[in-house]
Write a protein that binds this ligand. Sequence first.
Ligand SMILES: C[S@@+](CC[C@H](N)C(=O)[O-])C[C@H]1O[C@@H](n2cnc3c(N)ncnc32)[C@H](O)[C@@H]1O
Length: 293
Amino acid sequence: MPPIQQQISRSYLEGVATSPLSAMPRAYLRWAGSKRALLRHILPLLPEAYRVYREPFFGSGALFFLLQPTHAVLSDACIELMETHRAVRDNASAVIRFLGPLIPDRDLFYSIRANRSSGRFKRAAEFIYLNKVCWNGLYRVNSAGEFNVPFGRPKSTFIVDFENLRQCSAALHRRNVRIKDGDFEKCLEGTKAGDLVFLDPPYVTRHNNNGFVDYNETLFSWSDQIRLANLAVELANHGTNVVVANANHKEVIRLYPGFRKKEIQRQSTLASSSRFRGTVSELVLYSLNERGV
Ligand SMILES: C[S@@+](CC[C@H](N)C(=O)[O-])C[C@H]1O[C@@H](n2cnc3c(N)ncnc32)[C@H](O)[C@@H]1O
């Protein structure tokens, strides 16, 4: 079997990455920490060519939908999210059929939130609906595992671009694209030299002079950050292309010895009031296999 080799057509993709709201396919969900707005900063840091694309913190998959790799392993710890991506992959038309009649309406939102269906395509449509209509596109569950984000008072009646959903389905449907779920380590099993691994974990968040004040701590603890960094450094040392996004903090940089870094400033949108939305400093750490695929 010939070695897998996927090329990044940088000049073409740059144009797509700078129009993240209209390009197709583009992420069809809203997701906390989505990299949609950062694609144009990340693209220049990627290798010219790679073997298998691996994205273990998939979320809405902004970078995957930009690159549209033919060979990929995608995963996330959020099982319902990955079940939605599988349903979209397997039958976008069925998902669209259930989405069609849904409109952004407070009573409908709370009724769907309280009575989730069991059929996989209807359930996926409900997941997309709740994601688009809830407050800030957040995904949060209560102790019983039930989605509990409130209605978000959307300004438009538009829920989802069906043509884009079909194109996302086609990108996920490629024969050598695998969709898994669970902890990141599972997705990285079998990673080889020349693969491209994009790591976008929940960020180490706010810090003060005493160290971290981290409201993501239960979601992804500091020891998870260390476990991830150790694995990333090991993969990079064996010739895997590794690109990591995180908060710009010296403790994070220290976890990735030998990685190059690019700092990115951007406007934060995840605050309950615009008064608290300020500039956040993010970091992309990367280590490329200079020998190529
Ligand atoms: C910053 S988001 C990824 C955003 C994504 N890159 C995008 O463009 O939408 C981080 C993701 O990590 C997932 N996650 C949290 N803990 C995880 C773990 N231990 N293993 C794998 N995924 C995890 C969350 O469910 C979330 O979707």
